[in-house]
Design a protein. Sequence first.
Length: 316
Amino acid sequence: MAPASAQVKEESAQRSGDTEQKPVPLRLLGEINWQAPWLQPWFVIGSTLAARTLGGCGAGCSASCPPPVTRAPPLPTQNTLPHNLPAGGSFANLLNAAPVLTGCEPAPVRFVPQADLPEGEAYEAFVYRTGQVPTRDGLHDFFNGLAWLLFPQTKRRLNQLHVAQIAQTGIQPVRGPARDALTVFDENAAFLQCPDVLWEALAAKDWQRLFVTLRPLWREAHLVLFGHALLEKLVYPRKPITAHVYRAQAASNSIADLDSWVATDISADKLASKPFAHLPVLGVPGWCPENAEPAFYADASVFRPPRVAQRLAENP
């Protein structure tokens, strides 16, 4: 049975967790602080793209954007820019032009306006069928596009897993555990490579041990944010922002190796088992000046105790 159009529209809206996102100008890229430590893996592509955006950073932009990185090609003139990147153009056109503007590898998909998504077709199914990603003019979809550029294998694998689940169950009013987990992963995941003792403390929500006692061990950890909704939220950092952390064991810390490892490791069944640990990201040592003080982690509204310990405290 074909899914109802209302359900398909909801599927498309749920991909972003936002049913009311309104178009915004490319100038919004000037809101991003590319010097933030959690954006370090995204810096080369993201900051260069922002700095080279027509109608974005530049005259009249209140944000201070870094200059283009040395690996990027010379700044194209209006005559040498791709024909699909007009002045003040869309985020879809900007992302398509990223290889020319930043020197990055092309994405395995093409970005198209949201209006290209046919009514009655699910977003993930359309991406799989056409190799095109409907993209709205906002930071949420901008970070989604960057994820396709930086983690192409993982994004393609997620799309394949979504489509396989849709083929099995169709579009339902309530998603099953597998599609819920795939969405959480895509929107809010972070990848952590770390010593066992750090992972055990994180999984146990033993915040004092994780961030105070074991603080020196964070020098051996490598945390990379992946979820595009997570990155969007951190444009305006708040202490409660929390990532769903997936433990990665790639051979190296390079993004390419990490991408390859994650794409091979994830499956619908594995993600449905909820293999995530919850991490308030501003608690990461060095990611927030205030967390240099142990008292930062005493805020139980953010650094919540495990449920068992919480129940014991409430019912001694």
